[in-house]
Design a protein around this ligand. Sequence first.
Ligand code: SAH
Ligand code: MG
Length: 209
Amino acid sequence: MSNYLDDISSERNPLLQEMEQFAKEKNIPIMELNGIDTMLHFMKIGNVKSICEIGTAIGYSALRMVSALPGSTICTIERDLERYELARKYISRSNNAKQISIIFGDALEDEDKVAKSAPFDALFIDAAKGQYQRFFEIYEKYVVPGGIIFTDNVLFKGLLEEKIEVIESKRTRQLVTKIARFNDWLIKNENYETVIIPTGDGLAVSIKK
Ligand code: SAH
Ligand code: MG
């Protein structure tokens, strides 16, 4: 299903295509095309203008967001120096560079730096999968009431639908257990209305009450 939807996804400019190619070659987990299309659609419907992103990687999703949402701004944080520098380089080549501020740092430690750009209409959590609940709990306070929190990779390659015993790697099993716990916590969280959409690698969309 996903390949078909990726194939018919709307065209991206040469810079974005170059980034997609680079990410593929270097195994950098940028968001899947149909997943990002879905998220951008929600952002348009929700009239999202200010965004906080946890996990920049090379800046692909950040660029997709600002180019899809005229007048929007993003504050995005990345802890890997090499990726942070690549993101800066790619973003500087875009016409939308002014809309993006990148922070080099660990989202679990550098809340203060991100908070300077708050409040946000949307929060996009796309970093270390084992820490989702912590990211959520640190940054939810910077999202306006009625705002949206997106969490990527919550279906983790379909592994949440597998019996845990059939997953060979212990590390993967632990990660699946953590994501399952997060999803459960999120669905039951009464401060949000959440739906998990099987798009891309699984996208949770939570509306803040
Ligand atoms: N959002 C990007 C992909 C992000 S991949 C896109 O779709 O284009 C996840 C990134 O999160 C990795 O580059 C990783 O280095 C970063 N990351 C993981 N944990 C982090 C943390 N605690 N703080 C900041 N960045 C983190
Ligand atoms: Mg992701």
